[in-house]
Design a binder for this molecule. Structure first.
Ligand SMILES: C[S@@+](CC[C@H](N)C(=O)[O-])C[C@H]1O[C@@H](n2cnc3c(N)ncnc32)[C@H](O)[C@@H]1O
Length: 295
């Protein structure tokens, strides 16, 4: 059934009136700094036009579009992330489909992908494995920028893989997807790069998460069952069991409170050199990149 929006309605159908109205409707659901950018995103999405194009064409919002915007505003006030409402998220210039089965790609993950693109030459033609691919954001952005690389992506969640495959098809990017539980299975093949943004939140931390993360993002993507380093230990062990080639790169995104521990566990494995901790744009420890020195 198509949801119908409820009033109050804007004082007019112009860009200025509708934007002002939409911002007033999302006041209860968003921080002040988020309201204007989210309003712009929603207006662009429902009209399939940029603000510039609407202004240039003296666009007047029809009732059907106002109706859709009212429904979106109500969902935002219920706490549902705008990316799930619109069904899309932007990641390194890619427009990705997202639904509740996948994590919404984060800006700090773009920083990890950027660090890898800088670390690898633009004509890099090795094999890259993305562990826990979710929407496919990391694998897709790497393939987009390193077109000669062979990209593989695994996830334990079939529904996530289906969304990642849809994204790959839509963007015409060639990625080899397969279902794999990294905690109990070893991926086939050997790779020059293994990258992962794995789950790292303990259930004890659940109450400190933002409501829109805790209530709407997939728990399989967020939570660990045993301890926060569970996936890092396992992926490091899998890499040293020959999955990562000698001289290959291991790259992790981490919980800000555990990035130092991840660095230490990689160092203690004795299998890596040049283990580097990267601070993100928020100024917190966020990524660890290391080079495999063993066969
Ligand atoms: C934090 S999300 C990251 C998603 C995506 N790579 C990103 O950066 O937005 C972690 C992903 O790992 C997957 N995952 C959880 N447990 C896994 C397991 N045992 N083996 C493989 N993937 C797993 C989840 O389904 C989820 O897609």
């Amino acid at each position: 059934m198509i949801k119908r929006g409820k009033g109050p309605w804007p004082s007019g159908n112009s860009e200025v009136a509708v934007k002002k109205w939409f911002i007033s409707r999302v006041t209860d659901g968003l921080e002040e700094s988020e309201r204007e950018p989210v309003a712009s995103l929603c207006l662009d999405e429902v009209t399939q036009m940029s603000q510039g194009a609407r202004i240039a064409s003296d666009y007047l919002f029809p009732e059907s579009v106002l109706d859709r915007l009212a429904v979106i505003a109500d969902e935002i006030c219920e706490g549902r992330p705008v990316q799930y409402i619109l069904g899309s998220a932007h990641f390194m210039g890619l427009d990705l489909e997202v639904r509740e089965e996948v994590l919404i790609p984060r800006p700090e993950t773009e920083e990890l992908v950027n660090a890898l693109i800088i670390a690898l030459e633009s004509d890099f033609d090795g094999a890259i494995l993305d562990v826990g691919t979710g929407s496919g954001c990391i694998a897709l952005a790497l393939k987009k920028h390193l077109s000669r690389a062979a990209l593989y992506a695994i996830d334990v969640c079939e529904d996530a893989l289906a969304i990642a495959e849809e994204n790959a098809q839509k963007l015409n990017l060639d990625i080899g997807f397969s279902q794999c539980d990294i905690l109990s299975e070893t991926p086939e093949n050997y790779f020059d790069v293994v990258v992962s943004n794995p789950p790292y939140i303990t259930h004890d931390e659940s109450s400190s998460l933002e409501k829109r993360v805790r209530d709407f993002e997939p728990s399989k993507a967020l939570f660990v069952e045993k301890h926060p380093l569970e996936f890092y230990e396992k992926i490091t062990e899998v890499c040293l069991g020959n999955t990562l080639k000698t001289g290959g790169v291991l790259a992790f995104e981490c919980h800000k409170d555990y990035a130092v521990d991840v660095k230490e566990l990689i160092e203690k494995s004795n299998g890596f050199e040049r283990v580097e901790l990267i601070v993100d744009l928020q100024g917190v420890n966020r990524h660890v990149i290391a080079i495999n020195k063993l066969n």
